[in-house]
Design a protein around this ligand. Structure first.
Ligand SMILES: Cc1cc2nc3c(=O)[nH]c(=O)nc-3n(C[C@H](O)[C@H](O)[C@H](O)COP(=O)(O)OP(=O)(O)OC[C@H]3O[C@@H](n4cnc5c(N)ncnc54)[C@H](O)[C@@H]3O)c2cc1C
Length: 498
């Protein structure tokens, strides 16, 4: 049975959309069998279509962004701001102190990265788990949500963190689905309701609650399923099951948004969103296909989007991909939700040629991408734009400045679509920037990515954070962090003595 026939079984909505199912950015066996325009994406006719689409997109380079928009605001001042540390408990401060010491210079950091896999779980749990992870149980995650909310961070992107992409086949996909669905019902929806009722904010100033969906958690042998979904009948069938599992969570989210829409008719953006996380590059073709099927099913025109996909802007082909996704959405009558990230797998990516050559190229591409999406969303009122929702998922001060300046432009003052633009940082990362966004720049739509789950499973996630924290041994790590934590500890000690 061909891949086209099998995928067409997925839904009536998609039955008449083989082109949508077939278009991928890599050669696709199923496509080459189909006549007409269902051809290999890399053939010349297909390239021309994409070329045409790109030419319609204003090329927003940093040179073309007006000075007032491009110049970075002082969100992360070079002088480390320690104001946010006042909200932390003594044990959280100790964790930050340890993190600061681990990232004091590259040599110590590299040593810590080497030693980390051998550190026993109870030690990790006692020392750093709580600043990066939301907890192991629903109750602990709820408390984390409440603590974040006390700091003005009114919603979360929950992520049940089970690392399964490297052949960890101990995962039980059905249990991941049921725990994730339950986390939407028992954590995200009540948390969002409670923020609506207690924060005193306007309904359009409340960020949605997100649940991150890791495609590698939704199938056994997920890496091969995502790699070979359209080349091997066994994996194609498993891919359909993977899509069904993700769909069952998105259905829960879609239904919740429908209920919210009745209860809060003035709200423009969704109040709950499912976000497909991006994985290593060689799995991404399957992930893009998953995203497209979910968009088509759960992001109908003129309604808030319920599904957001992720684009990694460190990929050299990402701006073409963005253009293609927008064109596919327009052609097939659904809306796009996008989370733009730079990309987390630079350390483990085998094929380095797929990534932009320099950090500057990645930065430029990221800033162009967010500017394009922002302008596209803000050019409309209500839920009429093709790109319907954007999560600027970054800790980079320049990218966040760009976003905050755009949102602050007087022309958008009464545009309710601003609630469709949300800034997200990982829990425990760039906390001083998150604090500044909320307290100094009065940005409401800020959320934290909150991984939760068993500490053993979150160990890989924590290792990636350690690597990322030290990428440049940045100003919010290392010695500045140690200095700030010590002075906060001293201040508390003095106040006890007085
Ligand atoms: C809410 C949230 C969700 C996320 N979800 C995902 C996800 O689903 N999938 C995923 O892959 N990542 C995800 N990330 C991580 C993200 O991709 C980045 O790794 C991380 O945010 C660091 O990038 P930054 O934008 O904060 O900026 P910076 O710290 O300024 O940039 C660091 C990034 O720049 C890029 N880079 C560094 N050096 C080079 C170089 N020499 N050449 C080219 N590029 C370079 C890399 O992407 C690196 O991670 C998420 C991040 C957040 C905040």
């Amino acid at each position: 049975m061909s891949t086209i026939i099998r995928t067409a079984r997925f839904s009536t909505t998609l039955r008449h959309r083989p082109a949508l199912l077939a278009l991928t950015t890599r050669p696709c066996l199923a496509l080459s069998k189909v006549p007409g325009h269902f051809q290999n994406f890399h053939d010349s006719s297909q390239k021309k279509i994409i070329g045409d689409v790109r030419s319609q997109i204003p090329q927003v380079t940093t040179q073309h962004i007006p000075e007032s928009v491009a110049a970075p605001q002082d969100i992360s001042s070079t002088e480390f701001s320690s104001a946010h540390l006042k909200a932390y408990s003594a044990s959280e401060l100790l964790s930050y102190l340890i993190m600061g010491l681990c990232t004091v210079n590259k040599t110590i950091l590299n040593l810590c990265i080497k030693v980390f896999p051998y550190v026993p779980i109870p030690v990790i749990k006692a020392l750093v788990y709580k600043i990066y992870c939301g907890g192991e149980t629903f109750d602990q995650v709820r408390k984390t949500g409440a603590r974040l909310s006390d700091r003005g961070i009114h919603n979360m992107m929950l992520s049940l963190t089970i690392e399964a992409c490297d052949g960890n086949d101990k995962v039980d996909p059905d249990s991941i689905v049921s725990q994730t669905r339950q986390s939407v019902r028992d954590i995200l929806i009540p948390h969002t309701e409670s923020i609506i009722n207690t924060s005193g904010k306007d309904i359009n100033s409340i960020p949605p609650g997100y649940v991150a969906l890791k495609p590698t958690g939704f199938s056994h042998d997920a890496a091969n399923v995502l790699r070979y979904y359209n080349a091997n009948p066994k994996y194609a069938a498993m891919f359909d099951e993977l899509v069904e599992r993700a769909s069952s969570i998105c259905q829960e989210i879609y239904d919740a948004n429908s209920k919210f829409a009745l209860k809060y008719p003035n709200r423009t953006a969704p109040l709950v969103v499912g976000v497909i996380d991006a994985e290593k590059h060689d799995l991404q073709e399957g992930v893009y296909e998953l995203q497209r099927r979910l968009y088509a099913k759960f992001n109908p025109k003129n309604k808030p989007v319920s599904v957001v996909g992720t684009l990694q802007m460190y990929l050299a082909g990402s701006s073409d991909l963005l253009a293609m996704e927008e064109r596919l959405a327009a052609e097939h009558g659904y809306r796009l939700g996008l989370k733009l990230v730079r990309g987390a797998y630079i350390h483990s990516e085998k094929d380095r040629s797929v990534i932009h050559k320099t950090k500057e190229d990645t930065d430029k591409n990221y800033n162009q991408g967010i500017t394009y999406c922002l302008e596209s969303i803000l050019a409309h009122q209500g839920n009429t734009s093709v790109i319907g929702h954007l999560v600027v998922a970054s800790h980079n001060a320049e990218s966040l400045s760009l976003t905050t300046r755009k949102l602050a432009e007087p022309v958008y003052a009464s545009n309710s679509n601003k609630s469709n633009i949300v800034l997200g940082q990982l829990m425990g990362m760039a906390d001083n920037i998150t604090y500044n966004l909320i307290k100094e720049y009065k940005i409401d739509n800020v959320i934290k990515y909150v991984p939760w789950g068993p500490p053993l499973e979150t160990k890989h996630y924590l290792l990636r954070r350690l690597e990322e924290n030290g990428d440049a041994v940045k100003s919010d790590n290392g010695f500045p962090l140690v200095k700030a934590v010590v002075s906060e500890m001293m201040a508390r000690f003095k106040s006890v003595l007085l």
